[in-house]
Design a binder for this molecule. Structure first.
Ligand code: UDP
Length: 585
């Protein structure tokens, strides 16, 4: 493994474990530990010692070559007393005090293990509604959202990071307007992302310009009506102001869930890429696409399909094993995980693959390739899941699923997810070949990093090595790129590279949304052909001067192109940004 300085620091701080002799394990020993624990599962399915060793070596190679990384909790949890390996959980919130506080306790336990939690507050009766036992009035979903937030504040996740949450409310809940405004003050509810669950009925009312009904979840009674346009405009305006709330198209999510014969999804994990049913969980892992280009930076550049296929299959086996190696934080979660065997194989380093292929992110070719790569990975994951089902059996809930109906006997209810890979993309990055998170474009080529108050200049490894190789590198030029926040329009950078090195702010919101759609796949695809079974983590970046209407257009396009959800961020709309491009600091 060839790690960057940042990766080493992060690993040392949070990932490398103390060994029995009191010294800290090395990064290599960490990979060995993870490979050993995940391969050991094979014994359960009749593998010999020799076969287990061979699988262990394959798993180790996946990570050592930086071809694939499992989600953070698998690194921090494998072979430890806690032993919790999944990143994503969704818990139900019932409409009674004991249920509300029981779930809050459960979330605290999950946060301790490094997992993130999502909740729908949609079942809670609205503020001001009757409470029979106390003869009082209910305080409503938003007040409990605040209580959960305070609880999270008190607990550090996995010892070092704070818990991450997603709070969701259905658009037909009577408290929806209050919910939409709940994070207008950005100093509030900071441990939650919030999203509105948009129904088909709402979208129909929006298209027709009519009102839609608000329903009290306690008794199913219609309590009033709101103009769909009014609610939509408020949503968009708040997203423009602060980036929140995001939206998820909840009926679409359920329609396209391969496992929708046994469950109803009402929420997602914190970053939105994993819609899950109550007590659902998922372990994720991502392939570093930067490693799969033959003849990079030449006219003959092409995807190394053969090696990508092999890695996708081994990674699928790895993730299926994680389900058995996992120690679950609650019995309800263990039961559900073992009945559905959800996994989320995804990708990272997409931006770096594109540069090697010579394709700008904002091009038809790039969008087409994104769809092709993800569909291919899904196909390989499916092949492996079917092979596993032959030996280990299909997942227990398989009968009646969309897979079953399509004649596909699979081991896992869902196979693919595009996660943000916030930390593991650092582990996959090498000094001369970085790895951007998920399907995000490069944020900047030369940027200033605000590290403990000091501003440091950092040049993208791929950009720097091309510039050096071609002889146009100079500190002055890099400073110019930093000042502009992009290579486009900087005359010292060859025109070809100005175009290919597209950064998030060069790319219009429409291209961001189209790329997300290419990976997600639209409505109506057969279950084996939808590239992503779960969802895609993506931030649609807007320049500071973007208008409310611009944000509205992206939300509408998200619906048209079949996205399961959308999250936007307008530059400078929140006080503290970790990363800033040169001209903003
Ligand atoms: N997550 C979390 N806390 C964090 C970061 C991530 O709970 O600080 C969870 C959350 O469910 C998120 C998922 O992990 O959606 C995947 O995030 P990411 O891919 O960034 O995690 P990594 O494996 O890179 O740490």
């Amino acid at each position: 493994m060839e790690l960057t300085h940042i990766a080493k620091t992060v690993m040392e701080k949070r990932y490398l474990r103390m060994k029995e002799d009191g010294t800290r394990e090395t990064p290599d020993e960490m990979l060995r530990r993870v490979a050993r624990v995940i391969a050991a599962v094979e014994e359960k399915y009749g593998a010999s010692k020799k076969e287990i060793r061979a699988v262990e070596e394959r798993f180790y190679q996946l990570m050592d070559r930086q071809d694939f990384m499992p989600n953070s909790p698998t690194f921090t949890g494998a072979g430890t007393a806690l032993g919790q390996l999944s990143a994503c959980f969704v818990l139900p919130v019932g409409d009674s005090l004991p249920e509300i506080y029981e779930t809050m306790k459960q979330a605290a336990l999950i946060h301790q293990t490094g997992g993130g939690t999502g909740f729908a507050f949609s079942r809670l009766r609205p503020a001001g509604d009757v409470v029979r036992s106390s003869q009082g009035v209910a305080s409503g979903p938003v007040s409990f959202l605040r209580v959960y937030n305070a609880s999270t504040e008190a607990i550090k996740q996995g010892g070092t990071r704070r818990g991450a949450n997603m709070g969701i409310l259905r658009v037909d809940h009577p408290d929806i307007l209050q919910f939409i405004e709940s994070k207008a003050d950005i100093t509030q509810i900071t441990n939650f992302n919030i999203s509105v669950a948009i129904t088909d009925a709402f979208m129909e009312a929006l298209e027709k310009g009519t009102e839609y009904e608000l329903i009290n979840p306690r008794n199913g009674e219609v309590t009033g009506k709101l103009s769909a346009k009014l609610v939509w405009d408020k949503l968009v305006e708040n997203a423009w102001k602060t980036g929140e709330p995001g939206i998820v198209f909840i009926d679409r999510i359920n329609r396209r869930n391969p496992n929708n014969h046994v469950e109803v999804i009402e929420a997602t994990n914190p970053c939105g890429e994993q819609p899950l049913p109550p007590y659902g969980s998922c372990n994720l892992g991502s392939i570093n696409l930067a490693n799969f280009v033959k003849n990079p930076y030449t006219d003959r550049a092409e995807v190394d399909w053969e090696r990508l296929g092999e890695v996708a299959r081994t990674a699928t086996r790895f993730l299926d094993n994680v389900i058995d190696a996992n120690k679950y934080p609650l019995p309800q979660i263990a039961e559900k995980a073992l009945r559905d065997r959800r996994i989320g194989l995804g990708i990272m380093g997409w931006a770096e693959m594109l540069v090697q292929m010579g394709l700008p992110y904002d091009s038809e070719e790039a969008v087409a390739l994104g769809n092709r790569v993800m569909t291919f990975i899904k196909q390989k994951a499916l092949e492996e899941s079917m092979a596993l089902a032959e030996v280990r059996g299909p997942y227990p809930e398989w009968e009646g699923s969309q897979w079953h109906k399509a004649g596909l006997k699979v081991r896992n209810a869902t196979l693919t997810t595009v996660a943000p890979t916030g930390t593991i993309s650092l582990f996959a990055a090498r000094p001369d070949l970085p790895c951007s998170g998920g399907i995000e474009p490069k944020f900047a080529l030369v940027f200033t990093r605000n590290q403990a108050g000091a501003l440091m200049l950092d040049v993208d490894g791929q950009f720097a090595s091309i510039a050096r190789r071609e002889g146009w590198y100079s500190d002055e030029l890099m400073q110019q790129v930093a000042d502009r926040g992009t290579a486009r329009g900087v005359s010292g950078v060859p025109e070809k590279w100005q175009r290919i090195f597209a950064t998030s702010h060069d790319i219009t919101p429409e291209w961001h949304v189209r790329m997300q759609a290419a990976f997600q796949g639209g409505d109506g695809l057969p279950v084996d052909q939808q590239p992503v079974d779960a969802a895609v983590s993506k931030t649609i970046n807007f320049p500071h001067h973007a208008t409310v209407e611009d944000v509205g257009k992206s939300y509408a396009l998200a619906w048209q192109l079949g996205l399961k959800g959308i999250t936007v961020y307008r530059d400078g709309s929140r006080a503290s940004q970790v990363l800033t491009t040169g001209d903003k600091t």
